[in-house]
Design a protein around this ligand. Structure first.
Ligand code: HEC
Ligand code: HEC
Ligand code: HEC
Ligand code: HEC
Ligand code: HEC
Ligand code: HEC
Ligand code: HEC
Ligand code: HEC
Ligand code: HEC
Ligand code: HEC
Length: 319
């Protein structure tokens, strides 16, 4: 496959030079930023790639977000969309020899990520990427984003069902948690994993979305628990929702971490035997003597302490 159509290549190179004249380094904050490229002899141009890779060409240049790289001079790869990821391809194009082309599937995950982050690093959603658990575990960008697709859903899953299927494909144990009796409605696709996680990484552990300090995005939907309350319940404010609730699903009503409400409360509000004499292990205050915990009346704490997430009216969280 020596020298496929050299005259065409010259034309393409001319197009590349023309593209340079239009280059502008200024890109919007939300858009991927690109260092403008000068197309030397080592570049072939997309038309060249099309000759042998018709399907890939059609998929990338039709209903695919990266088609703008082919047409919009601002990104620096006009007429060279393929080479924005695969690198200069003239040698490969003239020989068909795969040792001359960059193939992401044969790179390390970190190298592949770097290739994508050349353009995507400055996006706000990717701020935590390098430190993300996915990056550290060699889950590279193309594990979740398929580049050669005609149509949006594989390039970037947005619909609840598509996102959940993608995530559950690798997180079978989490999928099982959503099959517990009390759970968020992931199986019904009424919500999606990325409502609570950013798969690109966040500043928080377990890549949870941030809404407020010590709060993994729960308040964006459960606004009534947000406060500020006149009388805060300390753990809601300082430990976060997961002090008392499972985030995914639970065998216990209200997705509690213990099987009854009382057990949840008494974990903090009880005097426990302590190795250090004279010191209480209780984290909260101990319920006053009127609480006869052997009496059924006092066993359901939230019958009286109804506003346990915080109250505007009562120090004891009763109204
Ligand atoms: C003359 C035909 C020809 C042209 C032009 C051509 N390729 Fe290829 N390409 C091939 C052949 C043949 C293979 C090997 C296919 C296989 O093994 O199934 C290949 C494989 C590839 C691979 C996979 C590499 C691997 O390691 O398996 C990539 C990526 C690729 N080409 C990108 C490009 C790009 C980008 C261009 C344009 C710059 C281009 N090709 C132009 C013939 C060509
Ligand atoms: C945004 C980055 C990107 C662009 C642009 C891109 N590719 Fe790819 N390409 C990849 C990645 C990543 C893979 C590995 C497989 C995958 O994830 O889809 C790949 C795989 C390939 C393969 C081998 C596997 C296959 O699907 O046959 C060929 C051939 C290929 N690309 C050709 C092209 C051609 C031709 C163009 C231009 C029309 C192009 N690529 C544009 C990222 C890109
Ligand atoms: C040369 C720069 C460049 C490279 C390299 C690049 N991208 Fe892009 N990418 C863009 C541009 C520009 C857009 C379109 C952005 C827009 O429309 O706002 C885009 C769009 C996307 C989108 C769709 C975003 C949306 O909102 O629909 C995804 C997903 C994406 N890129 C992932 C990748 C991955 C994964 C890689 C590496 C395999 C990669 N990109 C490599 C420039 C690049
Ligand atoms: C574990 C799966 C996963 C990995 C790994 C991943 N993404 Fe994403 N990405 C997604 C999902 C899901 C969305 C859609 C998020 C949404 O709709 O809120 C998305 C959205 C995007 C978007 C659209 C704009 C945005 O931020 O919402 C771009 C661009 C993007 N990803 C690029 C990348 C790049 C570049 C990498 C590698 C550095 C990468 N992604 C790694 C799953 C992933
Ligand atoms: C309602 C919010 C929410 C939803 C929806 C959600 N998560 Fe989580 N997830 C969390 C929180 C909060 C944590 C961290 C809990 C902690 O660290 O105490 C977590 C932890 C995790 C962990 C690490 C710990 C573990 O349990 O293995 C994984 C993996 C995970 N989630 C994956 C997923 C996947 C996959 C989906 C979708 C199928 C999903 N999550 C949906 C809130 C959510
Ligand atoms: C290609 C496989 C793969 C896909 C797809 C995938 N993950 Fe992961 N994810 C992993 C691996 C590997 C780890 C690290 C080991 C572990 O914790 O299980 C991980 C870890 C996590 C963690 C734990 C973070 C921590 O710091 O403990 C969360 C949360 C998570 N993924 C969420 C998601 C979400 C949300 C999606 C869908 C957008 C998703 N993952 C898709 C492979 C994947
Ligand atoms: C995307 C919106 C959303 C986010 C984010 C969210 N939730 Fe929910 N949550 C819901 C919806 C909707 C329901 C009601 C589900 C139903 O009808 O079964 C619910 C139900 C609950 C319930 C059970 C209520 C009951 O009556 O049994 C608890 C507890 C809960 N969520 C806690 C949390 C915690 C903790 C977080 C953060 C880790 C969180 N939620 C994040 C939407 C959300
Ligand atoms: C100190 C423990 C504790 C903390 C922290 C906590 N909850 Fe609860 N939550 C409970 C208990 C106990 C119930 C069940 C009350 C009942 O059944 O009477 C409950 C019930 C709920 C319910 C269902 C009933 C209702 O009031 O709407 C939702 C939703 C909920 N919590 C969300 C949250 C969110 C969001 C956070 C974090 C901002 C949070 N919880 C923090 C203990 C807690
Ligand atoms: C994670 C530990 C923790 C859990 C679980 C917990 N609390 Fe608390 N609670 C505290 C702390 C800490 C305070 C603040 C004590 C102080 O101000 O000295 C507090 C304060 C209170 C107060 C107000 C006391 C006052 O004098 O201001 C009441 C009432 C209360 N909790 C009831 C409950 C009930 C009912 C439950 C179960 C639904 C519960 N708590 C679960 C830690 C907890
Ligand atoms: C029948 C109603 C009722 C029930 C049920 C109840 N409490 Fe109370 N609780 C009260 C009243 C009334 C006070 C305020 C006492 C006072 O004025 O000093 C109170 C006060 C408290 C305080 C604050 C003590 C202090 O000194 O600040 C805590 C903690 C507490 N209760 C925990 C619990 C726990 C845990 C349960 C469940 C095991 C529970 N309560 C069940 C009525 C109830």
């Amino acid at each position: 496959m020596e020298n496929v159509c050299p005259s065409r290549r010259r034309n393409l190179r001319a197009t590349g030079v023309a593209a340079l004249l239009f280059l502008s380094g200024s890109l919007f904050a939300q858009k991927p930023a690109v260092v403008p490229k000068a197309f030397g002899d080592d570049y072939a141009g997309s038309d060249m790639c099309q000759m042998c890779h018709e399907d890939n060409f059609n998929n990338v240049t039709h209903n695919n977000a990266h088609r703008v790289l082919e047409t919009d001079p601002r990104y620096g790869f006009q007429g060279h969309v393929c080479e924005s990821c695969h690198g200069p391809g003239a040698k490969h194009a003239s020989t068909g020899d795969i040792s001359f082309i960059r193939f992401p599937s044969k790179l390390s995950a970190a190298e592949t990520d770097k290739m994508c982050l050349n353009c995507h690093l400055n996006q706000p959603t990717h701020a935590g990427r390098i430190q993300s658990t996915h990056a550290k575990n060699a889950v590279s960008c193309p594990s979740c984003h398929k580049m050669h697709v005609n149509g949006g859903t594989l390039l970037v899953a947005r619909k609840n069902a598509d996102v959940n299927t993608l995530c559950e494909g690798c997180h079978a144990n989490v999928k099982a948690q959503f099959e517990m009796p009390f759970r968020h409605k992931i199986p019904e696709n009424a919500m999606k994993c990325v409502d609570c996680h950013n798969p690109h990484g966040t500043v928080r552990p377990t890549m949870t979305q941030t809404f407020a300090a010590s709060e993994p995005g729960c308040l964006s939907c459960h606004g009534d628990k947000r406060g500020p309350f006149t009388f805060e319940h300390a753990p809601v404010k300082f430990d976060g929702c997961t002090a008392c609730h499972e985030q995914h699903g639970s065998a216990n009503p209200r997705m509690l971490v213990r099987s009854t409400v009382r057990q949840v409360c008494l974990e903090c509000h009880a005097n426990m035997p302590n190795a250090v004499p004279g010191e209480s292990l209780a984290m909260g205050v101990v319920p006053p003597a009127l609480h006869n915990l052997n009496s059924p009346v006092y066993q359901n704490c939230t019958v009286c302490h109804q506003k346990l997430h915080g109250s505007y009216a009562d120090r004891f969280l009763m109204k």
